[in-house]
Design a protein around this ligand. Structure first.
Ligand code: G3H
Ligand code: 13P
Ligand code: ZN
Length: 308
């Protein structure tokens, strides 16, 4: 059925692996992800952003997630990604989501706590778990010095106080990742010292890594080879994600890699088959590309094969 992430995170923490949280926007994306997780017998989080709700209509996405559970027999956590305010979190709780994120990271510390606590109180009353965020997502080179990092990256002592006072079930932290396909200008770097400090101060507590796509070179090259223009794209190296999964990070968020995998394969189909115009002829390969990418991620990066 649709389940919370509580058990998934407990097992992931103990096992030193992470659960993949994949952003979904349509049927083919959901099918590709779920087919991979089913073959790998992996725990799975499907997450829906405000943009996804606007694009697809929340009812379609929830019903597709329910269909995924029915077809696959998997337990799936259905999660709101980056909820901006109490109302969107409440709407998702009321409609059957099992997990919501309240992203109060743009607010001052105490307002972020108050907003998060309000969502936690409502969600917990309804059996739903809550992810919160502390720190501002940005790449390391976006700041020039240590003071700037301290201002934007998650402060370890604040993280402890935040979790205690808000009661959130998991916490997204910032250690140098960022959303999208252009995460690093030079060498990829994450602040692992900071991650280790946070996880030492919050033993057994599940941390979340946003902006964790790897932006595989093969997809970027394919896009560019078949008419795309995404030069200089760079993501988080897989080795760093494996390391994070062993240091308290139980949920790894992936959206950009889904977009790149799907778009690369569709671009290729279009260029190689100019006469095709049946959407199944390109959405099918797009779905297969997503499935292959997610399988690789589950097996070789997240380490959650056969952990359902
Ligand atoms: O947080 C960013 C996710 O990739 C969702 O993106 O807001 O365009 O749906 P989106
Ligand atoms: P990416 O852009 O690295 O895939 O991150 C997605 C994310 O954090 C969604 O919340
Ligand atoms: Zn995010």
């Amino acid at each position: 059925g649709l389940v919370t992430s509580t058990e998934m995170f407990k097992k992931a923490y103990e096992g030193g692996y992470a659960v993949g949280a994949f952003n979904v926007n349509n049927m083919e994306i959901i099918q590709g992800i779920v087919e991979a997780a089913t073959e790998e017998q992996a725990p799975l989080i499907l997450q829906v952003s405000a943009g996804a709700r606007k694009y697809a209509n929340p009812v379609y996405l929830r019903k597709l997630a329910e269909a995924a559970v029915e077809v696959s027999g998997l337990d799936i956590c259905l999660h709101l990604d980056h909820g901006d305010d109490f109302d969107i979190c409440k709407a998702c709780v009321d409609s059957g989501f099992t997990s919501v994120m309240i992203d109060g990271s743009k607010h001052p510390f105490s307002e972020n706590i108050a907003l998060t606590k309000k969502v936690v109180d409502y969600a917990h009353d309804h059996g739903v778990v809550v992810e919160a965020e502390l720190g501002k997502l940005a790449g390391i080179e976006d700041d020039v010095n240590v003071d700037a990092h301290n201002a934007t990256f998650t402060d370890p002592d604040e993280a402890v106080e935040f979790v205690e006072r808000s009661g959130c079930d998991s916490l997204a932290i910032t250690i140098g990742t960022s959303h999208g396909a252009f995460k690093f200008k030079g060498e990829p770097r994450l602040d692992f010292d900071r991650l280790h400090k946070i996880s030492d101060l919050l033993p057994q507590y599940p941390l979340v890594l946003h902006g964790a796509s790897s932006v595989p070179k093969e997809f970027v090259d394919l896009c560019n080879q078949y008419g795309g223009q995404i030069p200089g794209a760079q993501g988080v190296p897989e080795e760093m994600l494996r390391k994070a999964a062993k240091s308290g990070v139980c949920k790894i968020n992936i959206d950009t890699d889904l977009r790149l995998a799907m778009t690369a394969s569709i671009r290729q189909v279009f260029v190689e088959n100019p006469g095709w115009f049946d959407p199944r002829q390109y959405l099918g390969p797009g779905r297969s590309a997503i499935k292959a990418m997610v399988s690789h991620k589950i097996k070789n990066v997240l380490g959650c094969s056969n952990k359902r």
